[in-house]
Write a protein that binds this ligand. Structure first.
Ligand code: AP5
Length: 216
């Protein structure tokens, strides 16, 4: 099964994709994570995308499509969860080609429905353990012992450079202008399923599981 998780920044795409990878053995393909890896490595692509990501605008279709193409084969029969991809009509069409070349199809496009102001609060407050990546939030989820990761005990934490209010607003505007308009492309094929992204993480997970298991 191959699915797309679609929703604005902070909607919970990464949270739910990581859970589906852990519980179902599907493979999470996050273009945001791939781009962050590229910039951390200092590769030519990484240097090119750094300024674009820090501004909150979208990286070029050619770069992200090439990154997804490289990783798609790793998903094999386990199925892929596309997290943060596609984000433009050109990327949606490129994904169809990549899947067709591998004789695979798309099963669902799961749209996480959310409230933008709440998303700004979610994103601006989030941080992760610098060692194991465990997620935290200034208001919603602090470590049990202040300054110490619950999972690995490290005391180093990090924040994404694009998680400030101004950049988040640009990321939201990019979503409204370029990503939301691709929904009809999938709606006309009957692939879109809507989930309440404002519900608690466990409830969002339950709604997604019901779709994947029940074919709703
Ligand atoms: P990317 O990394 O994809 O960021 P994003 O889409 O802005 O999404 P986020 O990772 O911020 O949010 P998310 O929906 O995954 O939410 P999360 O689960 O983390 O992209 C970053 C940049 O890379 C882009 O701006 C662009 O420049 C570039 N890029 C990436 N892909 C591209 C592409 N295809 N084309 C062009 N450019 C591309 O949750 C957020 C927070 O909320 C967390 O703290 C979490 O714990 C919490 N949370 C999650 N669910 C809930 C819930 N139900 N209730 C309460 N809290 C919750």
């Amino acid at each position: 099964m191959n699915i797309i998780l679609l929703g604005p920044p902070g909607a919970g795409k990464g949270t739910q994709a990581a859970r589906l990878q852990a519980t179902r053995g599907m493979i999470q393909l996050s273009t945001g994570d791939m781009l962050r890896e590229a910039r951390a490595s200092g590769s030519p692509i990484g240097l090119k995308v750094k300024a674009v990501m820090d501004s909150g605008e979208l990286v070029s279709d050619a770069i992200v499509t090439a990154l997804i193409g490289e990783r798609l084969d790793a998903a094999g029969d386990k199925g892929a969860i596309f997290d943060g991809f596609p984000r433009t009509q050109a990327q949606a069409e490129a994904l169809d080609l990549l899947l067709a070349e591998r004789r695979r199809g798309l099963d669902y496009v799961i749209e996480l429905m959310v409230d933008e102001d709440e998303l700004v609060r979610r994103i601006v407050g989030r941080f992760t353990c610098a060692n194991c990546g465990a997620p935290y939030h200034d208001e919603l989820k602090r470590p049990r012992v202040e300054g110490v990761c619950d999972v690995c005990g490290t005391s180093e934490f990090k924040r994404r450079p694009d998680d400030n209010e101004q950049t988040v607003r640009t990321r939201m505007a990019e979503y409204r202008a370029k990503t939301a308009p691709i929904l009809p492309y999938y709606e006309q094929r009957g692939l879109v399923r809507k989930v309440d992204g404002m519900a608690a993480v466990e409830e969002v997970a339950r709604q997604i599981d019901a779709i994947l298991d029940g074919g709703k």
